[in-house]
Design a binder for this molecule. Sequence first.
Ligand SMILES: [Zn+2]
Ligand SMILES: [Zn+2]
Length: 247
Amino acid sequence: MKLTIVGSGDAFGSGGRLQTCYHVAIPGEDFLIDCGATAIIGMQQLGLDPDRVSTIFISHLHGDHFAGLVWYLLHAHYVTRRTAPLTITGPKGTALRFATAAEALFPGSSKIERRFEMRFLEYTEATPLQVGAVQVTPFEVSHPSGAPPYALRLESADKILSFSGDTEWVDSLLPAAKGADLFIAECFSFDVQVGYHMTWRKIETNLDRLGAKRVLLTHMSTEMLAHRDHVRDARVLLAKDGMTLDI
Ligand SMILES: [Zn+2]
Ligand SMILES: [Zn+2]
């Protein structure tokens, strides 16, 4: 499993980082975890082919995590003339939120006749969903976004990659992260508690309970970025756009 960080930023462009998007390559297929508005820009910067992506796993329905689907569709239709099917998994209502966003930004775009199948699958709490070679299990977290928000546990072959989504600390992160080869954790602030987001202090306190082999901090605010040198734990890495990790 090879992870490439396309976007590790928050919703405010802190540190000049792109919005949330992780690209994962496994033998025979590529997939994305979240697709912020800047996803296609980041993928083009890194030379990643959007048409090779077979599945996009969405954590929650905030624009910095799903709005890139709008540009994904335009790129696939007008630029590459994609024919390969694309599966999108997300919370209940993802298909409608996508269509609403697409219509608001590019009127008529949700109704264009596509050359490829775009399939939406919805999560059921703590219930594994098999998509291609990947099994995703969603665990509801705490982050109001108009639909249930989730942490995602993705398993393929013998590897486990988990993602917190955006959330304040909740114990549902424990089954999501347990034994993971890598747990990608949103870490909006260092020690200033901001509503429905995580602090480094909370993650640090819970590292043993989380039980992940490695933890990658992401979605960092300006305040967190300013304190990044104070994070010192052998298990913990700090995300950066363009960074790659073998899992
Ligand atoms: Zn976010
Ligand atoms: Zn969010």
